[in-house]
Ligand binder design. Sequence first.
Ligand SMILES: C[S@@+](CC[C@H](N)C(=O)[O-])C[C@H]1O[C@@H](n2cnc3c(N)ncnc32)[C@H](O)[C@@H]1O
Length: 245
Amino acid sequence: MTKSPGGYSKFASYYDFLGWDDFSRQAFRRLKKTLTVVPSPVETVLDLACGTGDLAVLLAGEGYRVTGVDLSELMLKQARRKRGGKMIRFVRGDIRRLSLKERFDLVCCFFDSLNHLTSKADLLLALKTARRHLNARGRFIFDMITPKGLQIWDNVEIDREEGYLVLTEGKRNPAGDRIEIVIEGFVRKRGDLYDHFKQVIRERAYPQREVTQLLAKAGFRKIVIESFDRHEAIESAERLLYIAH
Ligand SMILES: C[S@@+](CC[C@H](N)C(=O)[O-])C[C@H]1O[C@@H](n2cnc3c(N)ncnc32)[C@H](O)[C@@H]1O
């Protein structure tokens, strides 16, 4: 197992402020559509790498009993203080070795969280975690960005508004399957006083063939793959949705 990859620290306080929580609404809509074709009923949900908890809150609002797990206590702190956060059990844990001794009807993991696991061994551990926490008829639904999806991050962006400046710099490796994204920001606290944060995120994009093989190794027998936005062909998709059981 590699050393605590992808844990979010000070950036956690600015995750929602900078709009990174927006993706949860897309994930929620996509998940709801997918659940309409899942044959067994869903009452309990385990949201792996739940971050600041928006997806968990949306699901709890629909009546599901939700548990959210994340490595970062600071992300969970944001989640717990959200309106609706009290309905959810948030647990600090590493998705590579989590053991809640409990099973769920649905396990999900969204917004490239699994891409944060940059070794195949770590990814396999996380897939096994999902399997271990699934009821017999349960589904594991997650997204992953593809090597093509990494391209979007391979640039420099400056986001400058009244009161903050954020620089995001992504660098892909020559093979095109890994990226290091440095997000550095200054956010005005008061007057001329600015808070500074720097977050480094490393991600790896795995070809779907490898993900499928690892899912099978983790004990999943049936795997459906769709493009996340439903319009792109799977082969050229930037983000894929996996439904496994
Ligand atoms: C891009 S964020 C996604 C958060 C949330 N799912 C969302 O949609 O906003 C990635 C999250 O993965 C978490 N993470 C990364 N590695 C993890 C690990 N090994 N175990 C648990 N959480 C992890 C980070 O702390 C962060 O909250």
